[in-house]
Design a protein around this ligand. Structure first.
Ligand code: ADP
Ligand code: MG
Length: 363
């Protein structure tokens, strides 16, 4: 097992180029600690699979090095990296039985029958495949086939890392939850480094101790689920994480004050002046806005346009001047069409310049 380091990695599918737009993966540096449970989260096309394939050796990066501990493995083929990779769709042998499929990675490495059998049975039980051990894979459902793929990835106990590339895409929603908890359990039990790629925030946040958020070929934040929620370092993270995501609005910034849609807010921190060409935005999560009755001092006048009651709380859509904001309310007596006052919790109000979070100075 090893720490995996990506040093100045970048990848362009059209070969080396000076134009950053040619790069599916922009320059990045990252270390995956041995034994960590990571999620790689981002929308389709942001470069997740490209990054995973560079780690496993299916792809040689245009620039930079991949290191396992101190060894440079950038040009080493997949077989020599001791990495297990599980893909979006099942990769199995249809004409082999479940048992033979699971046993294959071990048999291939010359393990004895005595070593293989108990391991296959143990894993088949965990994945609920034990009733079908001697059925040919071709007779099974897509769910079961993908479980075999997962099993094949998990069967070896001495791998440098296990990479999962959106492995639950074809799995029935009910089973998804179950398999995700199984993976988490397996991580705790065996301590493999696991990198789990997904575009689903719930999957990422429930699986990982640390989440890497990617956007347009770049890493925009690395943090715990709490970091991503409390202090999104990029507007994309604010918008992508949370349900609904963070409210983001253009604003004018002057020292410790912003003006957003005509509303002037005094902030907890003071910020340096920005260039006139910079785009300044304020970000605040729906959980950190509050509504009171119309004309409350300290609040800004808004109109309620929509209320979604989702059980434990309501998501209230309000319009401040011309801009919509979502507000999470646990109690609300107003109706759509009513006037209200909007309050910002300034301890959770973030300022972004060109979409990147900036820090203010204490006043
Ligand atoms: P993700 O896994 O996050 O959906 P990918 O890593 O598959 O993203 O793709 C990142 C970008 O690289 C996309 O714009 C995609 O079209 C492009 N891309 C992926 N694979 C290839 C390829 N083999 N050849 C050319 N472009 C590719
Ligand atoms: Mg992908």
């Amino acid at each position: 097992m090893a720490n995996i380091t990506l040093k100045d990695i970048a990848h362009s599918y059209t070969g080396a180029s000076d134009n950053p737009d040619d790069y599916a993966l922009k320059k990045l540096n990252l270390t995956w600690r041995d034994g960590g449970a990571y999620a790689l989260l981002g929308p389709s096309g942001c470069g997740k699979t490209t990054l995973l394939n560079i780690i496993s050796g299916l792809l040689v990066p245009t620039k930079g090095d991949v290191r396992f501990n101190d060894e440079n493995v950038t040009k080493l083929p997949t077989e020599q990296r001791n990495i297990a990779q599980i893909f979006q769709f099942p990769v199995i042998y249809d004409t082999m039985t479940v048992f033979e499929n699971l046993a294959f990675p071990l048999k291939n490495r010359g393990r004895t029958k005595e070593e293989i059998e108990p391991r296959v049975i143990e894993l088949a039980k965990m994945l609920d495949l034990d009733k079908n051990l001697h059925t040919k894979a071709q007779h099974l459902t897509a769910d079961a086939k993908q479980k075999i793929s997962l099993g094949r990835g998990l069967i070896r106990q001495s791998v440098n890392a296990i990479l999962f590339d959106e492995p639950l895409t074809v799995i029935d929603p009910q089973l998804k939850w179950e398999l995700r908890s199984q993976l988490k359990y397996l991580h705790k039990q065996f301590g493999f480094t696991m990198i789990y790629v997904t575009h689903d925030q719930t999957e990422a946040l429930t699986f990982a101790d640390e989440v890497i958020v990617m956007y347009e070929g770049a890493i925009v934040q690395v943090g715990t689920p709490e970091d991503l929620f409390e202090r999104p370092e990029h507007t994309f993270v604010g918008y992508f994480i949370g349900s609904p995501g963070m409210n983001i609005a253009s604003c004018a910034l002057k020292g410790d004050r912003i003006v957003v849609e005509g509303a002037e807010i005094e902030l907890d921190y003071t910020y340096p002046d920005q260039k006139s060409t910079d785009k300044v935005k304020v970000g605040i999560r729906p959980e950190h806005l509050n509504l009171t009755g119309p004309d409350t001092p300290g609040g800004f006048p808004v109109t309620i346009t929509k209320i979604d009651d989702i059980g434990r709380y309501k998501i209230v859509r309000v319009t401040l001047n011309n801009k919509d904001f979502n507000v999470v309310m646990h109690e609300l007596s107003a109706n759509a069409g009513d006037k209200a006052s909007l309050h910002f919790d300034t301890s959770h109000t973030h300022i972004y310049v060109n979409d990147h979070l900036i820090s203010g100075a204490a006043k």
